[in-house]
Design a binder for this molecule. Sequence first.
Ligand SMILES: Cc1cn([C@H]2C[C@H](O)[C@@H](COP(=O)(O)OP(=O)(O)O[C@H]3O[C@H](C)C(=O)[C@H](O)[C@H]3O)O2)c(=O)[nH]c1=O
Length: 181
Amino acid sequence: MEVISSPIADVKIIQPKVFGDERGFFMETFRVDWFKEHCADVEFVQDNHSKSAHGILRGLHYQLEQTQGKLVRVTSGAVYDVAVDMRKSSKTFGTWFGVELSAQNARQLWVPAGFAHGFYVISDSAEFVYKCTDYYHPASEVSLAFDDPTLKIDWPFAGEAPITSSKDAQGYALADAPVFD
Ligand SMILES: Cc1cn([C@H]2C[C@H](O)[C@@H](COP(=O)(O)OP(=O)(O)O[C@H]3O[C@H](C)C(=O)[C@H](O)[C@H]3O)O2)c(=O)[nH]c1=O
């Protein structure tokens, strides 16, 4: 496995080693020892799995309580995955980082607690699996507007408006969004 830095210090891209042969492929997708040494000394308590059609945008979400770090990857298709720093004391507060995650590139993204997270489905459909460092806490969940004019996230929409949940269509502007210390 290789860890690749991003412009936001705590957000990391992880590139597993893929062993291909005539049968297909094998890769180790997570190791506690490697992750603690190279990314963060955290424990994961919940795994999630979602499937979305082309053009779906899920997010940008974060929980104010039981804040979740997320280790995310794509097992089918391709998404554009985005993390936004919501920690007001961070020198990268209000900045975003995006990367294409796909079954093809096998890349993962480590999104620490304190970040808003979301993704846009580039392929016909995508299956998205991820590990969380705390449990779901819907009472404190926040949606940040994916199209906030201050964030200016460079989503790969190619002219078509994304399909979102009603919750995500009414996300907070960055200026009004609750933040972390
Ligand atoms: C997140 C979650 C949802 N649910 C239930 C609640 C709803 O009945 C249904 C769909 O939930 P929601 O529309 O919030 O799912 P997403 O839009 O994929 O939410 C996720 O989207 C972005 C990408 C994130 O980073 C978060 O992990 C998460 O907020 O699953 C649960 O039972 N447990 C959970 O942990």
